[in-house]
Design a protein around this ligand. Structure first.
Ligand code: UD1
Length: 358
């Protein structure tokens, strides 16, 4: 049973589903928690990435972290009891991840955590709580990076820990002809390759703090190139509620609805630079060899920082502006997030685990 509920998880579920399915060993059930429900945050990824319709949709919708987790527990529990899966797979660090992992563990179903071991070392971050909960109840740990493995070792977790590489990379390695459409998209947006900045902002630390969000939007608006900014509904609501756009010059800001997977990759790949607080976008920029400035105070993707493809500016107008004007692009790119085969390795390891009858 695979459980997902939020946009970044569909991107991870797609290649893992494909690999499990191709191996011919598994009967797979997909559960959508309903954490994300807007077409542009959910349905578009299912159709674009050829994910079959979920077998179940819990329809939990938006709520606080506590309520969302409680609702998923309540609604997933009878499904797990009825289906009695051999294994449950969760992805990343959203509320859907932690809730589903906890629910499966309560029902004594082994939990597989894909993107295990990552830490931001700050329990004020909702995702950090989800990471800690999920890793503490999991049985199989698939780490995208060596940092993930080391963090688990430090926490005393040593069994069934594997460094597989990042499943998000698998999709990117397989992208190809989709990029033929890229000129049309850039033309439609009135931008040209290498001459704009791609920006996203949705983490709670930025959207729930008006001072931070204002600093970030001011920095976007003052950037030396046009900024394409697909706005997450969460961010949009706050921008409207506090009239934040009225307060900043918008001449170079291109505000849009969220994009699907391929259009996002086209826009990242052709950008001069990326500004983001999204872990997924940081990784994707790295893959496309586009430098990124992190508008958050920390990241779990230390390998990318170490190679110099990313820097942490935090939600600071001054820091973001400084890096926008001075960013030395590294000469080396280590492909340190994997070789595009993480999902295949995971499918094989799951098969071996289940065959071993542990
Ligand atoms: C969630 C994840 C985050 C991930 C992000 C990707 C948690 C704690 N956070 O954050 O790790 O990076 O997804 O987008 O799980 N909303 C809509 N339509 C939707 C879904 C949400 O308008 O389909 C709005 C609602 O106002 C909602 C807000 O966005 O309250 C926040 O949604 P939520 O699912 O709580 O978290 P995200 O910010 O999307």
């Amino acid at each position: 049973m695979m459980v997902a509920g939020a946009r970044p998880q569909f991107v991870k579920l797609a290649p893992v589903f494909k690999a499990l399915n191709a191996s011919g060993h598994f009967l797979i059930k997909i559960v959508h928690t309903g954490q994300h429900y807007d077409h542009l945050l959910s349905g578009i990824f299912f159709s674009e990435l050829n994910i079959p319709d979920p077998d179940y949709n819990l329809g939990v919708g938006s709520a606080s972290q506590a309520v969302q987790i409680a609702e998923i527990l309540l609604k997933l529990s009878p499904i797990i009891q009825a289906e009695n899966p051999d294994l449950l797979i969760v992805f990343g660090d959203t509320n859907s991840t932690a809730a589903a992992a906890l629910c499966a563990a309560i029902h004594k179903i082994p939990v597989t955590h894909i993107e295990a071991g990552l830490r931001e070392f700050d329990k004020n971050i909702p995702e950090e709580i989800n990471k800690l909960v999920t890793d503490s109840v999991s049985t199989l740990y698939f780490c995208p990076t060596n940092t993930g493995v080391q963090n688990l070792l430090k926490a005393g977790i040593t069994e069934h820990v594997y460094h597989t590489g990042d499943v998000g990379m698998d999709l990117l390695f397989n992208l190809g002809q989709e990029f033929e459409a890229s000129k049309d998209l850039l033309d439609r947006m009135g931008i040209s390759a290498g001459n704009y900045i791609f920006a996203t902002c949705h983490r709670a630390a930025n959207t729930d703090n008006i001072e931070n969000l204002t600093e970030i939007l001011r920095a976007f608006a003052a950037a030396p190139r046009p900024v394409v900014f697909p706005v997450h509904p969460r961010t949009y609501k706050v921008m409207v509620q506090y009239n934040l756009l009225d307060a900043i010059p918008q001449c170079k800001l291109i505000l849009t609805d969220p994009f699907g997977f391929t259009d996002t990759q086209i826009l990242i790949k052709n950008a001069a630079m990326v500004l983001t607080d999204s872990g997924g976008v940081i990784k994707e920029a790295y893959f496309h060899q586009v430098p990124s400035i992190i508008i958050d105070k920390q990241t779990e993707w230390l390998e990318i920082l170490e190679e110099g493809w990313s820097v942490i500016a935090g939600p600071s107008f001054e820091n973001i502006s400084r890096y926008l004007h001075n960013f030395e692009i590294p000469e080396h790119h280590g492909m340190s997030l994997g070789d595009g085969k993480a999902s295949e390795k995971i499918a094989q390891l799951i098969y071996e685990y289940l065959q071993s009858g542990q």
